[in-house]
Ligand binder design. Structure first.
Ligand code: ZN
Length: 180
Protein backbone atom coordinates (compact mmCIF):
# COMPACT_ATOMS: atom_id res chain seq x y z
CA UNK A 1 0.00 0.00 0.00
CA UNK A 2 1.06 3.56 -0.63
CA UNK A 3 1.94 5.91 2.15
CA UNK A 4 -0.01 9.07 1.35
CA UNK A 5 2.03 12.27 1.47
CA UNK A 6 0.26 14.73 3.74
CA UNK A 7 -0.06 18.50 3.35
CA UNK A 8 2.40 19.02 6.18
CA UNK A 9 5.09 17.82 3.74
CA UNK A 10 6.48 20.64 1.51
CA UNK A 11 6.99 18.15 -1.32
CA UNK A 12 3.24 18.32 -1.93
CA UNK A 13 3.73 21.99 -2.89
CA UNK A 14 6.20 21.32 -5.70
CA UNK A 15 5.35 21.51 -9.39
CA UNK A 16 5.51 18.08 -10.99
CA UNK A 17 7.55 17.16 -14.05
CA UNK A 18 6.14 16.38 -17.49
CA UNK A 19 6.15 12.67 -18.20
CA UNK A 20 7.96 11.56 -21.33
CA UNK A 21 5.97 9.65 -23.92
CA UNK A 22 5.72 6.91 -25.01
CA UNK A 23 4.99 5.98 -21.44
CA UNK A 24 7.54 3.75 -19.73
CA UNK A 25 6.45 0.43 -18.33
CA UNK A 26 7.30 1.73 -14.86
CA UNK A 27 5.01 4.76 -15.19
CA UNK A 28 2.21 2.52 -16.50
CA UNK A 29 2.66 0.32 -13.45
CA UNK A 30 2.44 3.32 -11.13
CA UNK A 31 -0.82 4.43 -12.79
CA UNK A 32 -2.34 0.96 -12.42
CA UNK A 33 -1.36 0.89 -8.76
CA UNK A 34 -2.95 4.31 -8.25
CA UNK A 35 -6.23 3.08 -9.74
CA UNK A 36 -6.05 -0.08 -7.65
CA UNK A 37 -5.56 2.03 -4.52
CA UNK A 38 -8.65 4.13 -5.27
CA UNK A 39 -10.77 1.04 -5.93
CA UNK A 40 -9.62 -0.55 -2.68
CA UNK A 41 -10.21 2.69 -0.79
CA UNK A 42 -13.87 2.48 -1.81
CA UNK A 43 -14.25 -1.16 -0.79
CA UNK A 44 -15.95 -1.53 2.59
CA UNK A 45 -14.31 -4.84 3.43
CA UNK A 46 -10.87 -3.46 2.60
CA UNK A 47 -11.43 -0.37 4.71
CA UNK A 48 -12.49 -2.50 7.67
CA UNK A 49 -9.24 -4.42 7.40
CA UNK A 50 -7.17 -1.23 6.86
CA UNK A 51 -8.60 1.43 9.16
CA UNK A 52 -5.84 3.93 8.35
CA UNK A 53 -6.88 4.07 4.67
CA UNK A 54 -9.38 6.77 3.72
CA UNK A 55 -11.82 6.56 0.89
CA UNK A 56 -11.00 8.66 -2.18
CA UNK A 57 -12.14 9.22 -5.77
CA UNK A 58 -8.94 10.82 -7.01
CA UNK A 59 -5.21 10.52 -6.52
CA UNK A 60 -2.31 12.49 -7.97
CA UNK A 61 1.22 11.07 -8.24
CA UNK A 62 2.75 13.65 -5.82
CA UNK A 63 0.40 12.29 -3.15
CA UNK A 64 2.34 9.03 -3.29
CA UNK A 65 5.69 10.78 -3.44
CA UNK A 66 6.14 10.74 -7.22
CA UNK A 67 6.86 14.14 -8.76
CA UNK A 68 5.26 13.40 -12.12
CA UNK A 69 2.21 14.73 -13.93
CA UNK A 70 -0.02 11.70 -13.53
CA UNK A 71 -3.47 11.40 -11.97
CA UNK A 72 -6.04 8.68 -11.32
CA UNK A 73 -9.80 9.10 -10.91
CA UNK A 74 -12.27 6.40 -9.99
CA UNK A 75 -15.94 7.18 -9.43
CA UNK A 76 -18.00 4.11 -8.70
CA UNK A 77 -21.20 4.96 -10.57
CA UNK A 78 -23.52 2.00 -10.15
CA UNK A 79 -24.24 1.28 -13.79
CA UNK A 80 -20.78 2.06 -15.15
CA UNK A 81 -17.84 3.19 -13.02
CA UNK A 82 -15.76 6.03 -14.41
CA UNK A 83 -11.99 5.58 -14.42
CA UNK A 84 -9.31 7.90 -15.75
CA UNK A 85 -5.57 7.38 -15.69
CA UNK A 86 -4.16 10.55 -17.20
CA UNK A 87 -0.62 11.59 -18.05
CA UNK A 88 0.35 15.27 -18.50
CA UNK A 89 -3.26 16.44 -18.13
CA UNK A 90 -3.83 20.05 -19.11
CA UNK A 91 -7.03 22.06 -18.87
CA UNK A 92 -7.40 23.70 -22.28
CA UNK A 93 -10.88 25.19 -21.82
CA UNK A 94 -12.99 26.16 -18.79
CA UNK A 95 -16.57 27.41 -18.65
CA UNK A 96 -17.34 30.80 -17.19
CA UNK A 97 -20.06 29.05 -15.21
CA UNK A 98 -18.78 28.01 -11.78
CA UNK A 99 -19.89 25.39 -9.29
CA UNK A 100 -18.85 23.99 -5.92
CA UNK A 101 -19.37 20.80 -3.95
CA UNK A 102 -22.13 21.42 -1.44
CA UNK A 103 -20.40 19.40 1.29
CA UNK A 104 -16.98 20.93 0.59
CA UNK A 105 -13.98 19.13 -0.86
CA UNK A 106 -11.82 16.55 0.82
CA UNK A 107 -8.36 15.24 0.08
CA UNK A 108 -6.44 12.12 1.04
CA UNK A 109 -3.50 14.38 1.90
CA UNK A 110 -5.47 16.69 4.18
CA UNK A 111 -6.45 15.45 7.62
CA UNK A 112 -7.79 18.68 9.07
CA UNK A 113 -11.17 20.09 8.05
CA UNK A 114 -11.20 23.19 5.83
CA UNK A 115 -14.81 24.26 5.50
CA UNK A 116 -15.74 26.67 2.73
CA UNK A 117 -16.83 26.88 -0.86
CA UNK A 118 -14.26 25.83 -3.43
CA UNK A 119 -15.46 27.36 -6.69
CA UNK A 120 -14.41 25.58 -9.83
CA UNK A 121 -15.35 25.70 -13.49
CA UNK A 122 -18.55 23.75 -14.14
CA UNK A 123 -17.28 22.43 -17.46
CA UNK A 124 -13.71 21.80 -18.56
CA UNK A 125 -11.87 20.29 -21.47
CA UNK A 126 -8.75 18.35 -20.52
CA UNK A 127 -6.07 17.28 -22.96
CA UNK A 128 -3.99 14.33 -21.77
CA UNK A 129 -2.46 11.02 -22.66
CA UNK A 130 -5.12 8.58 -21.54
CA UNK A 131 -3.42 5.42 -20.30
CA UNK A 132 -6.60 3.33 -20.37
CA UNK A 133 -7.44 4.35 -23.94
CA UNK A 134 -3.70 4.24 -24.84
CA UNK A 135 -3.90 7.51 -26.74
CA UNK A 136 -3.76 11.25 -26.53
CA UNK A 137 -7.27 12.63 -26.20
CA UNK A 138 -9.51 15.44 -25.08
CA UNK A 139 -11.98 14.84 -22.25
CA UNK A 140 -14.98 17.06 -21.63
CA UNK A 141 -16.17 16.88 -18.02
CA UNK A 142 -19.00 18.63 -16.19
CA UNK A 143 -20.13 19.06 -12.59
CA UNK A 144 -18.74 16.56 -10.11
CA UNK A 145 -16.34 14.95 -12.60
CA UNK A 146 -14.99 18.37 -13.59
CA UNK A 147 -14.47 19.23 -9.90
CA UNK A 148 -12.56 15.99 -9.24
CA UNK A 149 -10.35 16.48 -12.30
CA UNK A 150 -9.58 20.11 -11.37
CA UNK A 151 -8.73 19.04 -7.80
CA UNK A 152 -6.30 16.37 -9.04
CA UNK A 153 -4.74 18.54 -11.77
CA UNK A 154 -4.18 21.26 -9.13
CA UNK A 155 -2.02 18.78 -7.17
CA UNK A 156 0.41 18.67 -10.12
CA UNK A 157 1.13 22.37 -9.54
CA UNK A 158 1.33 22.00 -5.77
CA UNK A 159 -2.11 23.55 -5.22
CA UNK A 160 -4.45 22.22 -2.53
CA UNK A 161 -8.22 22.64 -2.46
CA UNK A 162 -8.22 24.96 0.53
CA UNK A 163 -5.99 27.43 -1.32
CA UNK A 164 -9.16 28.39 -3.22
CA UNK A 165 -11.28 29.05 -0.13
CA UNK A 166 -11.97 32.67 0.67
CA UNK A 167 -10.69 33.96 -2.69
CA UNK A 168 -14.19 35.04 -3.65
CA UNK A 169 -16.38 37.82 -2.26
CA UNK A 170 -18.75 36.54 0.40
CA UNK A 171 -22.40 37.03 -0.43
CA UNK A 172 -21.87 36.82 -4.19
CA UNK A 173 -23.27 33.77 -5.94
CA UNK A 174 -20.60 32.54 -8.35
CA UNK A 175 -22.26 29.26 -9.25
CA UNK A 176 -24.38 26.28 -8.37
CA UNK A 177 -23.94 23.75 -5.60
CA UNK A 178 -23.22 20.22 -6.82
CA UNK A 179 -24.52 17.37 -4.67
CA UNK A 180 -22.64 14.08 -4.76
ZN1 ZN B 1 -6.35 16.00 -3.08
Amino acid sequence: MFKIVKDTNPKLRETCDEVSLPLSEEDGQILEEMLDYLKKSQDEEFLKAHPSVRSGVGLAAPQIGIKKKMIAVYIDYQDSPLAYLLVNPKIIASSVRQCYLSGGEGCLSVDTPHPGKVYRAYKITVKAYDYLAKKERKIVARGYEAIVLQHEIDHLSGILFYDHIGKTEPGIDYGDAIEI
